[in-house]
Design a binder for this molecule. Structure first.
Ligand code: FES
Length: 110
């Protein structure tokens, strides 16, 4: 895995998100009320809504456009809705966060 530093957990509001641009696309990094951190594609599986602007509750986010609820743990749409976004591994070392990007993204970034 290639870990890319994305800053400190305190730069993300609780129950909020910040976006990280990568050659793989925009990644939304979420912080839950319990200080868990998850990273998923910032692209709703329904019609591409910006999940980073959604409402975080427990370990899920509700899309701001049409209210799909996406699990931050699995990237899957919950309830009756269907769809899946890519999840990205996050490492949290004393609040310093990194995400794992694939080889292809790193090559593209050079
Ligand atoms: S784009 Fe997310 S629910 Fe429609």
């Amino acid at each position: 895995m290639n870990w890319i530093s994305i800053g400190h957990i305190n730069e993300i509001p609780r129950r909020g998100a910040r976006c990280v641009k990568t050659p793989d696309g925009k990644i939304a990094v979420f912080r839950t009320a319990e200080d868990q951190v998850f990273a998923i594609e910032d692209h709703c599986p329904h019609k591409g809504g910006p999940l980073s602007q959604g409402i975080v509750h427990d370990a899920s986010v509700t899309c701001p456009l049409h209210n799909f609820v996406i699990s931050l743990e699995t990237g899957k749409a919950l309830g009756a809705d269907e769809g899946q976004v890519k999840t990205i591994p996050v490492r949290n070392v004393d609040g310093e966060l990194s995400i794992a990007l694939g080889e292809a993204a790193l090559v593209a970034a050079e």
